[in-house]
Design a protein around this ligand. Structure first.
Ligand code: G6P
Length: 444
């Protein structure tokens, strides 16, 4: 059996030890022989630290995986079997701006939703499309597995604006929801199945099963019976749910739905939190500094538990299970971001959706659900329109498209605020948005 070559773009990320752990756990089924960690020059120090930890983890596991560290993306991509992208264009400083600037205008500051999500998309999409173009040349048979946020918008852009067909967007929210339900019920997660459908960070559990038995109503009662839902993420405050709303909805919401169904409460809470500890990005910056101090310890040879304070817990499980199932043609069911292909009737067939898929060697095959319940269909379509217009703006650098994307986002209250926000954020992120400045289409 020949070993696999995996390239991780953004390899210096603090999440990389999770990924390494995931590959080590699955080595028997997924014989990785080369793991290439790539970063940009500004990330070199982190890359060295994470790379050394990865080497110690591999040595402890005693498996023949070779870790390569490089700043040369092309070298890493050459003949890769799987390319994992986990980039943060503009690094944490850009995320701080994404989360802070909207608050001045009374709008939620969040890295994947609202204005923050739009700007993260505008910065990230051109970089991912560059990588896709290089893959066409250097590893045309490889799979592109993207975790870079906003995953829905990025997947939409790759499907629409690149020639790469073997692409999947990946998120930990569905697996986090499954783990949360298992915790609430006090059972092992593998006994739980959830029918997921929607978009990234806008996904619903249509039904929940325990050992094949439908238990949706019991779970909805449980998530609303205390003052906390139990289905949580470290990066999103849990303000509980209005029980009668959830009962009426009949769906398991994801933690990101709080931004849409509890907008005012979330905004107030965020303003308070910012006064105390700063934005989530600032909290993460401090957490990352601590993590990298731990990673430097030459005796550390496992993923430290402190990494679980990050919102991205279980990413490695999602990513490595996906890669394992593609490689082995497992035909198991996993929720991922792929082309809809008619699986959700009210979303265009060529758009990206987050949905349960059968994972085969030919890629994920979405499981058709018919349509989303009418109560949430409009919101999901609205977010899809936002993602599409935003992706087009990212590719073209068209100011007016960006303004339309900002204005149609449900978290932005008006066209006038959208324009002020757009102008200030374009200026703040100028360095990472060359597409908006080269044609001078943006006039203040
Ligand atoms: C969740 C989301 C991810 C996001 C992460 C942020 O896991 O699904 O898409 O990247 O939270 O977590 P952080 O610890 O960086 O705030």
């Amino acid at each position: 059996m020949t070993g696999l070559k995996i390239a991780v773009i953004g390899g210096g990320s603090s999440y990389t030890p999770e990924l390494v752990e995931g590959f080590l756990k699955r080595y028997e089924e997924l014989p990785v022989s080369e793991l290439w960690l790539v970063d940009i020059p500004e990330g070199e120090e982190k890359l060295r630290i994470v790379g050394a930890l990865a080497e110690r983890m591999v040595e402890k596991a005693g498996v023949p995986i070779r870790i390569h560290l490089t700043l040369d993306r092309r070298k890493a991509l050459k003949n890769a079997d799987f390319v994992i992208t986990q980039v943060r264009v503009g690094r944490i400083e850009a995320r701080i701006k994404d989360e802070k600037i909207p608050l001045k205008y009374g709008v939620i500051g969040q890295e994947t939703n609202g204005p923050g999500g739009l700007f993260k998309g505008l910065r990230t999409i051109p970089v991912i499309l560059d990588i896709a173009r290089e893959m066409e040349e250097l590893c045309p048979e490889a799979w592109l597995i993207n975790f870079s946020n906003p995953v829905g918008m990025v997947t939409e852009a790759v499907l629409r604006y690149s020639n790469i067909r073997k692409t999947v967007g990946l998120c930990n929210v569905p697996i986090g929801m499954k783990m949360g339900v298992a915790r609430l019920l006090g059972v092992e997660a593998d006994r739980i199945h959830i029918d997921f459908a929607g978009l990234n960070h806008m996904v619903f559990g249509l039904d929940v099963y325990l050992d094949g038995q439908r238990i949706t109503e019991q779970v909805l009662d449980l998530i609303t019976s205390g003052d906390r839902s139990g289905v949580t993420m470290k990066n999103i405050v849990d303000l509980g749910w209005e029980p009668d709303f959830i009962k009426g909805l009949g769906l398991l919401p994801c933690p990101y739905h709080r931004y849409y169904f509890q907008t005012k409460k979330m905004l107030d809470e965020q303003r308070e939190a910012v006064k105390k500890e700063g934005t989530r990005a600032e909290v993460v910056k401090r957490l990352e500094e601590q993590l990298f101090e731990l990673y430097k310890d030459p005796h550390l040879n496992v993923k430290p538990p402190q990494l679980e304070k990050r919102g991205g817990a279980y990413y490695s499980d999602a990513a490595c299970s996906l890669i394992r199932s593609i490689y082995n043609d497992k035909r198991d069911i996993q929720p991922v971001n792929v082309r809809n292909c008619g699986a959700i009737a009210s979303i265009p067939p060529d758009s990206a959706v987050e949905i349960n898929c059968v994972i085969t060697k030919e890629g994920p095959k979405p499981i058709a659900i018919g349509d989303l319940p009418v109560a949430v269909r409009g919101l999901v379509q609205q977010i899809k329109s936002f993602e599409r217009v935003a992706a087009e703006a990212a590719v073209t650098g068209d100011y007016h498209k960006a303004l339309v994307a900002m204005t149609i986002n449900p978290l932005v209250p008006s066209d006038a605020i959208a324009k002020q926000l757009l102008d200030e954020m374009l200026e703040a992120h100028r360095e990472h948005l060359p597409q908006f400045f080269k044609h001078r289409s943006f006039v203040r």
